[in-house]
Design a protein around this ligand. Structure first.
Ligand code: NAD
Length: 331
């Protein structure tokens, strides 16, 4: 099977490229990534020389480039996106360009290339917050940040292309991922790296905001299953039920690292911070998926990975990236 994977130098994309190459001997992967802030070529150091893998530096919003790459492809998995909510608050423009216009361009090229299966990776954030219960795929979108609005717009385009042009596409909406190769600007790595350096560990607002956490390999397995069993024009939620307050996640990390809770510091909350996300993923589970990694063991493994792979994060974990309130900075 020939894959075009976009955003494959990022966190989830790079884990997925490695997963596909290790589980599917016949896979051929082209990774299209414009090497923007979430990316890191070091994420795929270990497979650079694999003859089944090819990296192309470029933008998913570039029509000619995407049209050329799409010619020899069976499956397109679109991970490419600007992903940091905090940066989308201080500068939304790149989010619209990559997440919405970029997806639009992929769809345009896909509808001209017969036989491409299009898997669009979206997020739980498009539903907005929910106080009680869990969102089903049939619930409307209600995004709160420029990031989630740009992703929701892309989802609408994907679904419209399915109906209007019969494109063989589907949308996945996953909860918060964690694991190796996640950029230090994100919540769990930032907490681990600041704690490793004995810096104060920031918690937004009261720390009561709730997120549902999934280990990145469980997400990769869900996408792989949907490649084979997902139906055209459908949305699939991906979640594990590991719902925790942010403060609790920080406390668990500090406990596992043997650090004192005294280094926790409460900082100004970011605007539009959704209180709780929660998804019902029974539709996916009916296809045979269930997460294989428990939260505690996966968190422990993730902390260990960051502790042992200083070479990976040291060059990118700048003071600005590890800032306690990045949404207040200029990006
Ligand atoms: N991380 C999470 O918790 C999470 C949860 C649910 C959904 N998602 C979705 O999964 C996808 C991957 O997320 P991630 O956390 O790995 O992000 P990431 O920021 O680590 O990686 C994104 C990658 O996309 C690339 N990219 C951005 N704009 C591009 C463009 N215009 N052209 C080509 N490449 C471009 C970046 O260079 C980067 O390598 C995103 O679509 C995100 O919305 C993420």
């Amino acid at each position: 099977m020939r894959f075009l994977i976009t955003g494959g130098l990022g966190f989830i994309g790079s884990n997925f490229v490695r997963y596909i190459l290790s589980t599917n001997r016949d896979a051929r992967v082209v990774n299209l990534d414009n090497m923007s802030i979430g990316s890191n070529p070091a994420n795929l150091n270990d497979i650079e020389k694999d003859r089944r893998y090819k990296f192309v530096k470029g933008d998913i919003a570039h029509p000619k480039l995407v049209s050329r790459l799409m010619r020899d492809v069976d499956v397109l998995v679109n991970f490419a996106a600007e992903t940091h909510v905090d940066r989308s608050i201080s500068n939304p423009q790149p989010f619209l360009k990559s997440n919405t216009i970029g997806t639009f361009n992929l769809l345009e090229q896909a509808r001209r290339s017969k036989g491409v299966k299009f898997v669009h990776i979206s997020t739980d954030e498009v539903y907005g917050a929910i106080a009680k219960g869990s969102f089903k795929e049939s619930d409307p979108t209600n995004p709160s940040s420029p990031y989630s609005a740009s992703k929701a717009a892309a989802d609408m385009l994907v679904l419209a292309y399915c109906r209007t042009y019969g494109l063989d596409a589907l949308v996945t909406r996953c909860t918060n991922n964690f694991g190796p190769y996640q950029h230090p600007e994100k919540f769990i790595p930032k907490t681990v790296l600041r704690a490793l350096s004995n810096l104060p560990v920031p918690v937004y607002g009261t720390g009561k905001n709730i997120r549902d956490w999934i280990y990145v390999m469980d997400h990769c397995e869900a996408v792989d299953l949907l490649l084979r069993k997902g139906r055209q024009g459908e949305i699939y939620n991906i979640s594990t039920g590991n719902e925790l307050e942010n403060l609790e996640v920080v406390k668990r990390i500090l406990r596992l690292m043997g650090k004192s809770e005294d280094i926790i510091t409460f900082v100004r909350d970011r605007p539009g911070h959704d209180f709780r996300y929660s998804l019902d993923s029974s539709k996916l589970e009916r296809l045979g998926w269930k997460p294989r990694h428990g939260f505690r063991a996966a968190l422990e493994q993730t902390i260990k990975w960051y502790t042992q792979n200083r070479w990976w994060w040291k060059p990118i974990a700048t003071k600005k990236v590890l800032h306690p309130t990045p949404w207040e900075l200029r990006w």
